[in-house]
Design a protein around this ligand. Sequence first.
Ligand SMILES: *[C@@H]1O[C@H](CO)[C@@H](O)[C@H](O)[C@H]1NC(C)=O
Ligand SMILES: *[C@@H]1O[C@H](CO)[C@@H](O)[C@H](O)[C@H]1NC(C)=O
Ligand SMILES: *[C@@H]1O[C@H](CO)[C@@H](O)[C@H](O)[C@H]1NC(C)=O
Ligand SMILES: *[C@@H]1O[C@H](CO)[C@@H](O)[C@H](O)[C@H]1NC(C)=O
Length: 184
Amino acid sequence: MSRNKYFIVVSVVLSFAALLGAQSPAPVSRCFQFTWLGPRWNNESTFLNATCQDATQLSKSVPCFEPLVVSLDGTWPDVEYIWRNHAENASCILAANDVCAQHTYYFDGKVDNSTYLCTRAVNELGAALTSGCYEERKGSFVTRTCFCRSVPGGMPCNSAALANFNILLLLVTTIIWSVNTDLF
Ligand SMILES: *[C@@H]1O[C@H](CO)[C@@H](O)[C@H](O)[C@H]1NC(C)=O
Ligand SMILES: *[C@@H]1O[C@H](CO)[C@@H](O)[C@H](O)[C@H]1NC(C)=O
Ligand SMILES: *[C@@H]1O[C@H](CO)[C@@H](O)[C@H](O)[C@H]1NC(C)=O
Ligand SMILES: *[C@@H]1O[C@H](CO)[C@@H](O)[C@H](O)[C@H]1NC(C)=O
């Protein structure tokens, strides 16, 4: 109880201080936030107003964010095009303690789909994951998750199939996510 109060007082003081310090709006950092449905979908697929619920079949453990992105020829989405034309709807503001992530599913060595998001993530020991890439393997199923923090005002860092990440590949057993929505 008293700990809660302390927290509220501190956060009020901090946000008041932030208000005083804000003369001109500083550019914010953003992360891409969308789901690429993968190479099985292209310009010849039938779109039935698919939602994340359709895509994940309500599996709570599969991350998914709308908009759902499909490329014309089934290849990785053109993130520069998305940033130029759909930045507002396909990105999120990166909060101070959060991180940009890209979570990709592979089956038998080939990509299945990929979700881009703002999140907070810890490993099984509770340590925050803030950069590098992590892999989880279950037989032929592999998931690879990369974390980074975007530069304020710049293009989101969680942008491509590993290309823009400092690769520090680690094997982990579990990544525990927390995002401010119940879309998971
Ligand atoms: C897609 O959604 C629109 C608007 O909600 C609706 O009019 C249309 O019938 C839907 N199409 C399909 C195939 O469900
Ligand atoms: C991505 O692919 C995995 C299988 O590799 C599947 O379980 C998951 O539902 C897919 N996610 C989306 C959003 O389609
Ligand atoms: C889909 O895109 C390919 C090129 O990427 C093109 O050759 C084909 O005609 C397109 N199909 C439709 C239905 O638009
Ligand atoms: C963002 O989404 C809204 C609602 O779906 C749509 O009306 C708007 O055109 C979209 N904006 C962009 C830049 O894609």
